[in-house]
Design a protein around this ligand. Structure first.
Ligand code: FRU
Length: 495
């Protein structure tokens, strides 16, 4: 039985979704069926297909009462749209079905775990949103919310834990036991990640504090994900109210990766390294799954909360997901590269080797807006290091988005100041890369409204949304001092 609220959402998206023609959407980055999208939810394998849900407000391009949108894919590139999975239609989630995750059960059903939000008038007259963890079970299309919801409440919090900031459960299973991690605000007012355990996915027991912020990396930690990777353990989370730390973490809503060993006894992550996940402008709330062939694949919301209110008025949908990325650990650092499935979409190879560049140039047939391009740069002479090297994309004389590398300080700058957006939003991000004597490898994924940069085979990623008319398809290369470069460029054709 589906509720009136869910039926209304499904009817609405079925009616208005088709008005957004595919040619107006990005070519291979997911957008919502209609309206607003934020965090990826429930990214998981179910009956041999990858399902993805998302924070969804179908009725507007602004955030509103949260539903769960739903799509699935076999290859991470082609997404099939499914009807909305959940609406805020119960008393305990009447103010929103917030972020969560999904898993396949032994009996073939799919379990969704999410945060139910309910605003309650406190004794002092203040209206406050209480957050609890809830579940729903379904068949990959329709979901029934559990009659004993919520399944984790304020009663299951450790002392001092806030019932108002308690959200975004990520579930996984080891043998016959289910676990989940969830964000919470402890007594110090910052963030922590709590862990719970269950035999059936329905009845949960508190285990301990996996990691705590102690006001060091932002405050409230949202959207955790925890998994083993190449023999270590990785915790991804998205902190709110981050203050910038050098060029590693920017201010605002950031993203954070903690790497270390997992002390099961104490239910604690012993930190060995802390880094940003993505160094660009638009990346938040990533979630991962494990593929049958053993790959840990991550997808993130390709947006920045701070700038998400600045939209162009003609849009009927807002929000994109990143391209799914394969994760690995090398030398204690998180590496990420686009899923290998994307290579099957590469067409029309253009190859240049050993191009000597001093000043600015364009290369014949190197242009386009739906592009996968890798550029290798090295100094033309070991005695004369170049000052900087730039790639300008999405250009048309007036507009462009730029990647600049400066070997002297080993920094990359991405800059979309001239991408054509009519709001004064944050447009520039600098980050430090590992020195390699002026040699650097840049892989750029361009889509109609985004650029994702992967540096040195995935050692760092930097993602930014752009708002340039798709007719601006020029790509140029520029240097101060001489460099030698190789360019390998493909158009991405998504049928
Ligand atoms: C993160 C977040 C989550 C919450 C959801 C609400 O972007 O704030 O913590 O569940 O968005 O839409």
């Amino acid at each position: 039985m589906i509720s009136e609220k869910l039926k209304k959402a499904r009817d609405f998206e079925a009616h208005y979704g088709p008005f957004i023609q595919d040619r107006n959407r990005p070519a291979y980055h997911l957008t919502p069926t209609i309206g607003w999208m934020n965090d990826p939810n429930g990214f998981s394998l179910y009956k041999g297909e990858y399902h993805l849900f998302y924070q969804y407000h179908p009725y507007d391009t602004k955030w509103g009462p949260m539903h769960w949108g739903h799509v699935k894919t076999k290859d991470f590139i082609h997404w099939e749209r499914l009807p909305a999975a959940m609406a805020p239609d119960m008393d305990y989630d009447r103010n929103g079905c917030f972020s969560g995750s999904a898993i396949e059960l032994d009996d073939g059903r799919q379990l969704l775990v999410y945060t139910g939000v309910k605003a309650v008038r406190e004794e002092n007259g203040e209206l406050r949103e209480h957050q609890t963890q809830c579940v729903a079970v379904g068949d990959g299309l329709n979901y029934e919310k559990y009659e004993e919801n919520p399944v984790i409440t304020a009663d299951d919090l450790p002392a001092g834990g806030s019932p108002f900031d308690f959200r975004d459960p990520k579930i996984w299973r080891e043998g016959g036991t289910f676990y989940l991690v969830v964000g919470n605000r402890p007594a110090d007012g910052s963030g922590s990640i709590l862990m719970y355990e269950s035999a059936d996915g329905l009845r949960w027991k508190y285990k301990g504090v996996l990691a705590a912020c102690h006001n060091q990396f932002g405050r409230m930690w949202e959207c955790p994900d925890f998994f083993e990777l190449n023999g270590k353990y990785v915790l991804l989370t998205s902190p709110q109210e981050m203050t910038a730390i050098g060029l590693e973490f920017h201010a605002g809503n950031g993203n954070l990766c903690l790497i270390g060993e997992f002390d099961r006894e104490k239910c604690h992550l012993v930190r060995e390294n802390v880094q940003a996940i993505d160094y660009g402008l638009d990346f938040y709330a990533p979630q991962t799954l494990l593929t049958p062939d053993g790959r840990r694949v991550m997808i993130g919301w390709m947006q920045n909360w701070e700038t998400s209110n600045c939209q162009s008025s003609s849009m009927r949908c807002f929000g994109q997901m990143t391209v799914p990325r394969e994760l690995s650990l090398k030398d204690g650092r998180l590496y990420q590269n686009p899923v290998r499935e994307l290579k099957a979409c590469r067409s029309y190879q253009i190859l240049y080797r050993n191009v000597l560049l001093t000043g600015m140039t364009t290369l014949q047939n190197v242009r386009g807006r739906v592009v996968d391009m890798t550029v290798n740069i090295r100094p033309a002479s070991l005695n004369a290091m170049y000052s900087w090297f730039k790639i300008n994309v999405a250009g048309d004389g007036e507009h462009m988005t730029t990647i600049r590398y400066k070997p002297e300080c080993n920094t990359i700058r991405i800059d979309r100041t001239r991408c054509g957006f009519p709001h004064d939003i944050v447009n520039v991000r600098d980050f430090v890369v590992r020195p390699r004597g002026g040699e650097i490898k840049l892989r750029i994924l361009l889509d109609k409204y985004s650029m994702e940069l992967f540096v040195n085979d995935g050692e760092q990623a930097a993602t930014t949304v752009i708002y340039t008319d798709v007719s601006a398809d020029a790509i140029s290369f520029e240097s101060m001092g001489s460099v030698i470069m190789d360019v390998e460029k493909y158009d991405l054709i998504i049928d």
